[in-house]
Design a protein around this ligand. Structure first.
Ligand code: PMP
Length: 383
């Protein structure tokens, strides 16, 4: 039977999270913003409990946590929400990287059309963007730097710690898309300096359709981010609309579990990677890893197998594993990965590259036996 190895696209919901969600749907009915009855109050207490669980995982304060529909929305609010502030201060220079998720890249592209000056920095072959290449571009009119913590396609960790520390001294706003690191690089995130941080619950085994934007206070003041939708005062106007109480509860529970279990999860993730690499070595198939393995998270592997078309492999080896060759948001029509292209990887190698990603509940034995079958197919279709 096929095994799911596309956790970076979306991880399955932890059954303990699911229990919480079902319990809320069944027994905590109501709108968290209703003031006229106990149902509203009960729903509110579920939301505030979840907010604490998120805050605890990230080591921020509860009033810095804002629930959204996911990282796409969080990224949009963090960036577009600065428009008024930019207009009033005249600071309209934004720096980001070529390997960001489209939710960042498309948003800065829109601001560019609106008169913002946007600079997009490329990584080198290691998959990392150097901190200096970003920091050298900062000037008096720089409004924002937006850099992801971990890339979704390569698993490569970006130098957000160095960048954040420097920007903090310069008073330049810093946004981190931590969608692929939240719940995984727990100690590292707690140690970062930033103003805004985004993630989606479904990447850490929470439900799809809910995420978080952290707005870190400085001298008791939130960053100058405004909501980008009109409608209501929920989440202090940062994200108007009825709060999805059950999903928010699931997000909170996923954060609580990640906080409790991230150390063993990390260890397990690395062990799976070592075993997959051993399997690759013993298969005799030629392969290389895209990105510097020294900077890669333990739960992602992006490999190139020369002569093995990733499209053909994914179709013919479907019975073994569900993997991917790009971000799910861009995979409707095949186009070579823009992330790998930005790293300077030639198109023929990109076309032979796949991403394998797993999670805390992946069964090692099952992973390895399916990877074995998968690699046998790769050998058969190699041109
Ligand atoms: N940022 C990154 C780094 C991601 O990997 C993703 C999901 N692929 C997103 C943002 C967007 O998350 P969502 O689709 O849940 O809004």
């Amino acid at each position: 039977m096929s095994i799911y190895l596309d956790y970076n696209a979306s991880a399955p919901v932890d059954l303990r999270v699911l229990d919480v969600i079902v319990e809320v749907y069944k027994n905590k009915i109501g709108n968290a913003d209703s003031r006229t009855h106990n149902y509203g109050e009960n729903a509110r207490s579920v939301v505030e409990n979840a907010r604490k669980q998120v805050a605890c995982l990230l080591n921020v304060s509860s009033d810095e946590v804002f629930f959204t529909s996911g990282a796409t929305e969080s990224n949009n609010i963090a960036i577009q929400g600065l428009k008024d502030y930019a207009e009033s201060t005249g600071k309209k220079h934004i720096i980001t990287t070529a390997i960001e998720h489209k939710a960042v890249l498309e948003t800065v592209k829109y601001l560019n059309q609106e008169g913002f000056d946007v600079e997009i920095i490329s990584p080198d072959r290691s998959g990392r963007v150097s901190a200096d290449s970003i920091l050298n571009k900062v000037h008096d009119d720089t409004l924002l730097v937006s850099v992801m913590h971990v890339n979704n396609e390569t698993g490569i960790i970006q130098p957000v710690k160095e960048i954040g520390e420097y920007l903090d001294t310069k008073g330049v706003l810093f946004h981190i898309d931590a969608t692929q690191s939240c719940g995984k690089l727990v100690d590292e995130i707690r140690d970062l300096k930033y103003n805004m941080l985004s993630f989606s619950a479904h990447k850490l085994m929470g439900p799809q359709g809910v995420g978080v934007l952290v707005l870190k206070k400085k001298k008791y003041k939130l960053p100058p981010v405004k909501g980008i939708m009109f409608g209501g005062q929920q989440e202090h106007g940062i994200r108007p609309g009825t709060i999805p109480v059950a999903l928010v509860a699931g997000c909170g529970k996923a954060c609580e579990l990640a906080e409790r279990e991230y150390k063993e999860n990390t260890l397990k993730g690395h062990q799976i990677k070592i075993k997959i690499l051993k399997e690759l070595d013993s298969s005799g198939i030629e392969f290389s890893i895209n990105g510097d393995p020294d900077y890669c998270v333990g739960s992602t592997l992006n490999i190139c197998m020369p002569g093995v078309s990733s499209e053909a492999l994914m179709i013919t080896a479907k019975e073994y594993c569900g993997v991917s060759n790009g971000s799910a948001c861009t995979s409707k029509n095949y186009a070579p990965s823009y992330v790998l292209a930005a790293m300077g990887i030639p198109v023929d190698q990109i076309e032979c590259s796949i991403r394998i990603s797993w999670g805390p509940d992946s069964d090692v034995t099952e992973v390895i036996s399916n990877i074995h079958g998968f690699l046998n197919i790769a050998k058969q279709i190699r041109s």
